[in-house]
Design a protein around this ligand. Structure first.
Ligand SMILES: C[S@@+](CC[C@H](N)C(=O)[O-])C[C@H]1O[C@@H](n2cnc3c(N)ncnc32)[C@H](O)[C@@H]1O
Length: 275
């Protein structure tokens, strides 16, 4: 099975948890009684951040007591939000050790360890038994996944029949050849974009049905442009998702927008279910 090379993308040195707490304090918030909402500007590591998670949640049939899996959960903001909002349990898995470590510390900080746990692992080989989960989701992860067939087959395997799978990603656009750096790759290493049609075919082959694909690029574009404008004006809040992106965060955000405008990428949101 192919391995994902993310050594350049998410591996910046330093104590990420400490940096998040320091930035939280700098932004004037209390670090004594931190809530899921306090962390939301920084721990939803995908285009449009927290509002995009909220909008996705509103489209998903999640009930109290459900067991969900967040594949490529990052530092776990979406998992904590869904657990708190719906009273469900979320198992997060991520391939980047520093995100797993930081994510579990943030979960403890907001008092949700009985509902959310994050472990180190690869979405291409999930460490769960068959038909365990009532739903699965993966936000902005698959751009880094070389073996989409394995990733989708694993997501399908661990779901109960009829359970939902939600996916957001930057697909490959009609003109292709994205500009780098972008939030998921500094220079093209570890990036494996495929077109929306290829994603649909891969999902069908894995056993998913009722596949609804919505293009989200224009929606993302306004968010990227607003962030770049704030950065250029020196008004980007210190407590933001750019904390997870390293020194070239603004270039990454700028290129993510340009890639959409130039048709190099085609971001999508997919909701489907296991047949
Ligand atoms: C842009 S971040 C998104 C994080 C999270 N889904 C969110 O929305 O906040 C991409 C994440 O995917 C993870 N990732 C990439 N390839 C993976 C794989 N094969 N298995 C598990 N996680 C993976 C990275 O480590 C990173 O945390």
């Amino acid at each position: 099975m192919s391995r994902t090379d993310l050594s350049q993308t998410y591996q910046e040195q330093g104590d990420l948890f400490a940096r998040i707490l320091a930035a939280l304090a700098d932004s004037g918030r209390s670090t004594d009684r931190v809530t899921v909402e306090d962390l939301a500007p920084v721990d939803h590591f995908h285009a449009r951040g927290f509002p995009a998670t909220v909008e996705l949640a509103e489209r998903l049939p999640i009930k109290a007591g459900d067991r969900l899996v967040d594949i490529g959960c990052g530092v776990g903001g979406p998992a904590r939000y869904l657990a708190k909002r719906f009273g469900c349990h979320v198992s997060g898995i991520d391939i980047t050790a520093r995100f797993v470590d930081t994510g579990n510390k943030l979960t403890e900080l907001v008092g949700l360890t009985s509902q959310v746990e994050i472990e180190l692992g690869d979405g291409q080989t999930l460490p769960y038994a068959d038909a365990q989960f009532d739903g699965a989701y993966s936000q902005h992860v698959t751009m880094n996944v070389p073996d989409r067939a394995a990733f989708f087959a694993e997501a399908c395997r661990v779901l109960k029949p009829g359970a939902f799978f939600a996916l957001t990603e930057h697909g490959l656009g009609p003109t292709g050849d994205p500009r780098y750096p972008v939030p998921w790759s500094d220079d093209g290493r570890g990036a494996y974009l495929i077109t929306p049609n290829e994603t649909r075919a891969a999902l069908e082959a894995a056993g998913f049905t009722d596949i609804h694909i919505q293009e989200t690029g224009q929606h993302y574009l306004s968010g990227y442009k607003a962030a770049v404008a704030k950065a250029e004006a020196g008004t980007l809040p210190a407590f933001g998702v750019h904390l997870l992106m390293g020194d070239s965060a603004v270039d990454k955000i700028r290129n993510a927008g340009i890639n959409i405008e130039e048709g190099r990428t085609c971001p999508i949101q997919v909701i489907c279910r296991k047949a």
